[in-house]
Design a protein around this ligand. Structure first.
Ligand code: GTP
Ligand code: MG
Length: 178
């Protein structure tokens, strides 16, 4: 079973570092992402082997061109922010995500929780307004990373089984992969 998770958000907000931490359980200095990058991590979840596909996107606006087709293939989208400025951009990423994929699970990620200085109220307001869960994490310390991954798997694997995979399995006898 393939689960596709992408992180979007302003350049420098910590997307690549989070994905690196998820994949390797380590922190490394990374350079700004230049094009879409795909990483994979095989995981056990509820007696199934899940191939978690981690999709890194380009934050720098001049290089950013994420197609509607790209969004349509995703199971989960993490809108990432680390500052008040990147929180303003989060509205754009939320609108893009919703517009291109109604079904994907959307998460609001506060990155760099080890050095946070955004007012809690601003974060909670955004999450409440958009009705998406707020997850705080640090790629540097690893705090909150496992909870995020487990939340994504719980939401998306259930989603695939109940709403898409079962009817398709009956017809085609295959496990559905997005
Ligand atoms: N303190 C702290 N710094 C972090 C953390 N995660 C990332 N950084 C730093 O933030 C900077 C940007 O991180 P990236 O992961 O490259 O950010 P990005 O969102 O992938 O940026 P683009 O690829 O340009 O879109 C780097 O200098 C990282 O070392 C964290 O959890 N804590
Ligand atoms: Mg990056």
């Amino acid at each position: 079973m393939n689960i596709k998770l992408a992180l979007v958000g302003q350049s420098g907000c910590g997307k690549s570092s989070i994905l690196y931490r998820i994949q390797r359980d380590a922190f490394a200095e990374v350079i700004p992402t230049q094009s879409l990058e795909l990483m994979q991590k095989k995981m056990q979840f509820n007696d199934s082997t899940v191939n978690l596909q981690l999709i890194d996107t380009v934050g720098q606006e001049q290089f950013n061109s994420i197609s509607p087709q790209f969004y349509r293939n995703l199971n989960a989208i993490g809108i990432t922010c680390d500052s008040v400025q990147s929180l303003e951009k989060a509205n754009y990423w939320y609108a893009q995500s919703k517009q291109n994929n109604e079904a994907a699970k959307i998460y609001f990620i506060l990155s760099k929780s080890d050095q946070q200085n955004i007012q809690e109220e601003l974060l909670l307001n955004f999450a409440a307004e958009k009705q998406i869960p707020l997850l705080k994490m640090s790629a540097l310390t690893g705090e909150g990373i496992n909870i995020f991954v487990q939340t994504v798997l719980k939401d998306t694997v259930v989603f695939e089984d109940k709403e898409v995979a079962e009817p398709m399995k009956k017809i085609g006898g295959r496990v559905v992969c997005f």
